[in-house]
Design a protein around this ligand. Structure first.
Ligand code: ZN
Length: 416
């Protein structure tokens, strides 16, 4: 997973342009996704597909022609979506186009100007302090032209047409936790699920943030109604515990399922309420859609110092942490896939488990969690309680209940 992140790291992505297409091509070598192209100027709800941005080179050079700031060294050096420019300016004139982080003088900030035409450079504060009065040669060899917005979509069919949505953004340039971590977890989850028999159909979206989600929703208004559960994946590779931001509904099955998983994951976690800000859950949870889509993160965006800086690099995300997130998401899928409702076929008093070899003797005064799981399942399986309901009420991990369900179904004591 980390190798995939490393492969994608150098690409200069934005909300449109060659970087997005290259990223999707890399993903396509692992999962056969469909690439969709939507032309500039296309209205999508209240928004419009912007001009396509591409960049070849950019620099600020001193009077000897030495590149003081060079796009070739880091793609974060250019204000993302910068209009082309070629001028000579003194440092004073240039300053309003320069962005730094004085509190972290070695880091380059990541800045964008998508919907307002501008140009600029991002640099470390120490770089700025080392600059003399100029003049400087300023050149951004970029283009803003009619083109396309591109996104990738991959669906893994299941038994039913009810869908689980997995969405991640692919619009940030060399930033690891904030975009590459979500992409890698989504790709590996897709590969894993494509080999399994599934109840739900899984839809994976690799889209530019905000405008990509709006575009997909505008083109799939009908299809979106089939989404039963959804998850936005972002910032899932750092060393922090998990943060889950609930869907707008607040009590959707996915909100409850992830809590079940995190509770028994052994990892630190926090659950946060929905706010109409953050990542693409904002669009999925807009009132017209109100889809049950939450957002899974480790350290939440904006609350780790490396966020939107050059310090959000490949060292900041680690294989163990990416794998830990994948494991949590796979367990979440396991809960969603197996959260069904059963009916006890012998509801008049307890069926005798011992004679069916379903009661495990513990030899002590402790009844044992496997036995207890069966008693809870038999008691609450009245056609009104799902396995997740029973997990919440009994405090027994979902996985233990799921295994007991299998045993009880095999002995015809439970029926779906
Ligand atoms: Zn971001």
């Amino acid at each position: 997973m980390h190798a995939l992140a490393a492969e994608l790291y150098p690409i200069c992505r934005s909300i449109t342009g060659n970087g997005v297409r290259q990223t999707l091509e890399h993903i396509r070598r692992r999962i056969p996704l469909d690439m969709h192209k939507v032309p500039t100027g296309t209205p999508v709800f209240d928004w419009t597909i912007p001009k396509e941005w591409n960049i070849r080179d950019a620099y600020v050079a001193d009077c000897h022609g030495h590149r003081i700031i060079d796009f070739a060294r880091s793609n974060l050096h250019v204000l993302n979506y910068s209009a082309p420019v070629r001028v000579n300016l003194s440092l004073d004139e240039l300053k309003s186009h320069l962005f730094t982080i004085p509190e972290h003088p070695d880091w380059i900030p990541y800045r964008t100007s998508y919907y307002k035409e501008a140009w600029g450079f991002c640099l470390s504060h120490n770089q700025l302090l080392a600059m003399d009065g100029g003049p400087y040669e300023v050149h951004i060899d970029s283009s803003l032209e009619e083109g396309h917005l591109t996104y990738g979509e991959y669906h893994v069919p299941g038994e039913t047409e009810d869908e689980v949505l997995i969405s991640c953004h692919i619009c940030h340039p060399s930033l690891a936790n904030d975009n590459l971590s979500g992409i890698t977890v989504a790709v590996f989850l897709a590969q894993y699920l494509s080999r399994l028999p599934l109840r739900y159909t899984y839809r994976f979206l690799f889209i530019p943030g905000t405008i990509g989600a709006i575009t997909w929703l505008a083109r799939n208004q009908e299809r979106a109604q089939a989404i039963r559960h959804g998850l936005v994946l972002t910032c899932v590779g750092d060393a922090g515990g998990f943060t889950y931001k609930k869907s707008r509904r607040g009590n959707a099955e996915i909100d409850r399922a992830i809590l079940q998983v995190l509770k028994f994951s052994g990892a630190a976690y926090q659950i946060e309420d929905f706010v109409p800000y953050g990542y693409d859950e904002r669009q999925y949870c807009s009132p017209g859609f109100n889809l049950p889509v939450g957002c899974l993160m480790r350290s939440p965006w904006g609350r780790f110092p490396e966020y939107h800086t050059s310090a959000d690099n490949l060292q900041f995300i680690q294989p163990r942490q990416l794998a830990g997130t994948l494991r949590v998401v796979i367990e979440l899928v396991d809960v969603l896939e197996n959260n069904k409702t059963y009916r006890n076929t012998m509801p008049y008093c307890e069926p005798q488990l011992g004679k069916r070899n379903l009661y495990r003797s513990t030899g002590g005064s402790d009844i044992g969690v496997d036995n207890l799981a069966k008693l809870w399942l038999l008691n609450l399986s009245d056609g009104q309680h799902t396995v997740l309901d029973i997990a919440e009420r009994s405090g027994i991990p979902f996985g233990v209940l799921r295994d007991s369900v299998e045993a009880l179904v095999n002995h015809q004591l439970l029926r779906e």
